[in-house]
Design a protein around this ligand. Structure first.
Ligand code: NAP
Length: 331
């Protein structure tokens, strides 16, 4: 099988690098300065065990490849970039007839719960993947992965539910490539649990690790749990996630490459102009509106972090009392 990683940033770069290191055929799809650096010198991949440069082929889009039925698409762009990437790859022809959308499995290696829905509009066979994988991608050509002894926990299952031969095969492949993985028949239950954890991404992006940020995250989670309960959506508990992860994956330092923040923090640090919170805190706002539950905390986190991204403000540049005041006003 050949693994084509669409969006070779922090998560996609790590998955691609680890599969490549364990001997698999991998292609990284990237754009801009990152693509140029990958083509120029390969992927510089840093882990707690050391840094190396991997000569993984990189492409801009499917027109540079001849797709075959043995290809697997792993989508690892941020959610706000998913629709465009899915449009681009879905219509690519596959040898023997048909398009990628009809013929190839597509795995959503992303946070949030919207990607699988977007993918299933176009692709016949879609898998959700829980991504517990602390990584960093700030500089073109470079990705750092802080998980050790394994790089991450990546269970997957068919969307909306179920497991099949492919899910079992990919989980086994990942388990032999420095990840904890298993085929899970109810993968979205894990992804909703991860969504709760990720409600703090906007807080970290806005106020950093200010004292009191944890308390605000807790309040955002409590608000979200009320919404998920009202909507009848099942989610795993943090204890379940921790017990599955055990000692297999935890955050370790990498010499000279600190990890100042998670993926939304990194979006602001890169001044990318967009942020994932409309699909994370915004998912809770949406469900709250559908089920008549007020969500002032998550709505404010979404609007403020989106405004921050659009105005290209740096991460951790809002005082926590200001954010708290805006939430109080919304409440
Ligand atoms: N970072 C983490 O530690 C972490 C951990 C767990 C889960 N996640 C989740 O994993 C997902 C990916 O996040 P990430 O942090 O890996 O993001 P990232 O570092 O920004 O990587 C995404 C990459 O995809 C590129 N991209 C966007 N659209 C593309 C397209 N059409 N074709 C090719 N490349 C494209 C982006 O380019 P540009 O830079 O030009 O936008 C970027 O290089 C998100 O859902 C995130 O929440 C992240």
């Amino acid at each position: 099988m050949r693994y084509i990683v669409i969006g070779a940033g922090a998560v996609g770069g790590t998955i691609g690098a680890r599969l490549f290191e364990s001997g698999h055929d991998v292609v990284l799809a990237a754009r801009g300065a990152h693509l140029a650096a990958l083509r120029d010198r390969g992927l510089t991949f840093a882990t707690p065990g050391g840094t190396r440069t991997l000569p993984i082929p990189a492409v801009a889009d499917p027109r540079e490849l001849t797709l075959t039925p043995d290809d697997v698409l792993i989508l690892a762009v941020k959610t706000q970039d998913s629709a465009a990437a899915l449009d681009l790859w879905s219509t690519a022809p596959v040898t023997g007839g048909g398009t990628a959308a009809d013929r190839l499995p597509l795995v959503c290696a992303q946070n949030a719960v919207e990607n699988e829905r977007l993918a299933l509009r176009l692709f016949t066979t879609v898998y959700g993947m829980l991504v517990w994988l602390p990584a960093l991608h700030l500089d073109p050509g470079t990705v750092a992965a802080y998980g050790a002894p394994l790089s991450g926990m990546l269970p997957l299952g068919r969307y909306p539910q179920g497991v099949d031969n492919f899910a079992e095969h990919l989980a086994a492949t990942l388990s032999n490539s420095s990840f904890e993985s298993w085929p899970d028949p109810a993968i979205m239950r894990w992804k909703y649990a991860k969504l709760l954890g990720n409600l703090g991404n906007a807080i970290e992006a806005l106020v950093g690790h200010a004292p009191g940020a944890e308390t605000l995250h807790h309040a955002a989670v409590t608000e979200a749990q009320a919404v998920l309960n009202a909507a009848g959506i099942p989610y795993a508990t943090p204890e379940e996630e921790e017990s599955r992860r055990g000692d297999a994956v935890s955050l370790h330092p990498i010499e000279n490459i600190p990890r100042p923040g998670g993926s939304s923090w990194q979006s602001l640090a890169k001044s990318s102009g967009t942020i994932e919170s409309p699909y994370i805190n915004g998912e809770i706002a949406l469900l709250g509106r559908l089920h008549n539950i007020p969500t002032p905390i998550n709505t404010t986190l979404q609007t403020q972090s989106t405004r921050h991204a659009q105005q290209h403000l740096p991460p951790a540049s809002m005082p926590l009392p200001t954010l708290q005041h805006l939430i109080d006003q919304a409440t």
